[in-house]
Ligand binder design. Structure first.
Ligand SMILES: NC(=O)c1ccc[n+]([C@@H]2O[C@H](COP(=O)([O-])OP(=O)(O)OC[C@H]3O[C@@H](n4cnc5c(N)ncnc54)[C@H](OP(=O)(O)O)[C@@H]3O)[C@@H](O)[C@H]2O)c1
Length: 329
C-alpha cells in the first residue's frame, strides 16, 4: 500500500477530528444536492445553523426532502430558510429544469455537488453507465448551467461564489485502466468491458480530475464574478452510500463502519469548510476539512494529461446534452 495513502487517509481517519464550522453564511443562498440523507443533509443543517438566508435541498424524492427539511427546522429552530426542490441527476431534463429554476433565484452563492451513487452492478442512466452519469456528468452539467447566476451574484456581492464537489479518498483505489481507451467516457459505457467492482472509485477519480480542470478554466476566465471550485474528501463516514451492496458486503461494512467511520455530521463539516474558505481554495483538494493532496497519480504527468483529455470529452458531451452550455464558462 502507498505509504502516503496509509498515513494521510487511514491515519487521518483514526486520528483527525474534522474542525467544527463556525463561519457565518448570513445572506447567502446555498444549494446542496442529495441532501435528504447522509452528509448532504448534515451539510445543509450546518449551513442553516450558520445563518444562511436560503438553503435548497436538491433531492430526487420531494417527500424525503420534506422530511429532511422538517428535521433541520426541528434541530436548528430556523424556519423559512430551507426549500425542497426536485433534482434527479439520473435525468438530464430534471437537471435542466432544476437549473432553470435556480437561474430565477435572487442570488446563488454556494453549490455543493454532494449526491452520489455506489453501484456494484451495471445500470444505465441517459444511455450511459449510471455511476458516471450521476456522479460526474450531471453534476458538471448542473454547475455549467447555474454558473451565470453564481457569477452575477459574486460580482454584485463582491465575494467569490463557491462550488464544492464531494470527492473521495477512493480515487486512490483504482489503477484506472480505462484511461488507455481512445475515448475514456465512451469506454466506460461499454457494458461488455465494464469493471463494476471499481467503477465508483473511477467515478470519484474522474470527478476529481474534471473538478481540477474546471478550477483551472475558472482561473483563466476573464468574465466578471469570481468562482472558486474545490473537491472535498470527507473520509469514510456512516451513511447509506453502500446501500446497493450484497448482504455479505453489508455485514463487512457494518464492522468497518463501527471501527473506523466518522458520523455523517462530521462528514458534512468537510463540505461546509471549503465553502467558507477564501478564493485561494480554487482548485484545491480538501481532505477532512483541510487542504490536502490528491493521489500521486493525479499529480503525475500522465494524470495531468488524462485530466485535460477527460475535460475535452466531458465538455463535448455536455455540449451535446445542452448546446452552447460551455459558453457559460
Ligand atoms: N460515506 C462515505 O464513506 C463517503 C466517503 C467519501 C465520499 N462519499 C460521497 O459522499 C456523497 C454523499 O454520500 P453519502 O455517503 O452521504 O451517502 P447517502 O447517504 O447514500 O447519500 C447519497 C445522496 O445522494 C442522493 N442521490 C443518489 N442518486 C441521486 C440522483 N439520481 N439524483 C439526486 N440525488 C441522488 C441520495 O438520494 P436518495 O436518498 O433519494 O437515494 C442521497 O441523498 C457522495 O458523493 C459519496 O460518493 C461518501
Amino acid at each position: 500500500m502507498n505509504t502516503r495513502f496509509a498515513r494521510e487517509h487511514l491515519g487521518g481517519q483514526l486520528c483527525t477530528t474534522v474542525e467544527y464550522p463556525t463561519h457565518s453564511f448570513a445572506s447567502q443562498t446555498i444549494i446542496v444536492t442529495g441532501s435528504n440523507t447522509g452528509m448532504g443533509l448534515e451539510a445543509a443543517r450546518h449551513f442553516v445553523r450558520l445563518d444562511a438566508a436560503k438553503v435548497i435541498l436538491a433531492v430526487r424524492s420531494v417527500e424525503k426532502g420534506q422530511k429532511a427539511a422538517a428535521d433541520i427546522v426541528n434541530s436548528t429552530g430556523r424556519k423559512g430558510v430551507v426549500e425542497v426542490w426536485e433534482l434527479d441527476l439520473a435525468r438530464f431534463d430534471s437537471v435542466k429544469a432544476f437549473a432553470q429554476r435556480a437561474l430565477a433565484l435572487e442570488r446563488l452563492d454556494v453549490l455543493v455537488a454532494n449526491a452520489g451513487i455506489f453501484m456494484f452492478d451495471w445500470s444505465e442512466a441517459e444511455g450511459s453507465e449510471a455511476t458516471v452519469t450521476v456522479n460526474v456528468v450531471s453534476h458538471m452539467l448542473l454547475v455549467m448551467l447555474v454558473l451565470p447566476k453564481m457569477r452575477e451574484t459574486a460580482e454584485r456581492v463582491g465575494s467569490a461564489g463557491r462550488i464544492v464537489f464531494c470527492g473521495s479518498f477512493t480515487h486512490w483505489m483504482t489503477k484506472f485502466p480505462e484511461r488507455k481507451e481512445e475515448n475514456i467516457l465512451e469506454g466506460l459505457d461499454d457494458k461488455g468491458k465494464a469493471r463494476m467492482r471499481d467503477r465508483y472509485y473511477v467515478s470519484k477519480l474522474i470527478q476529481l480530475l474534471v473538478g481540477r480542470e474546471l478550477a483551472a478554466e475558472l482561473e483563466k476566465s476573464t468574465k466578471p464574478g469570481r468562482i472558486a471550485a474545490s473537491v472535498s474528501n470527507p473520509g469514510f463516514c456512516k451513511t447509506e452510500i453502500m446501500r446497493h451492496g450484497s448482504a455479505l458486503f453489508e455485514l463487512y461494512m457494518k464492522f468497518m463502519r463501527k471501527s473506523l467511520a466518522r458520523t455523517a455530521e462530521e462528514g458534512g463539516r468537510t463540505l461546509v469548510l471549503p465553502a467558507s474558505a477564501d478564493e485561494t481554495s480554487n482548485g484545491q483538494y480538501y481532505d477532512s476539512g483541510k487542504i490536502g493532496m490528491p493521489s500521486d497519480w493525479v499529480l503525475s504527468e500522465e494524470g495531468m494529461q488524462t485530466q485535460k483529455k477527460l475535460w475535452g470529452e466531458l465538455t463535448a458531451r455536455l455540449e451535446k446534452i445542452h448546446p452552447g452550455v460551455m459558453q457559460n464558462l
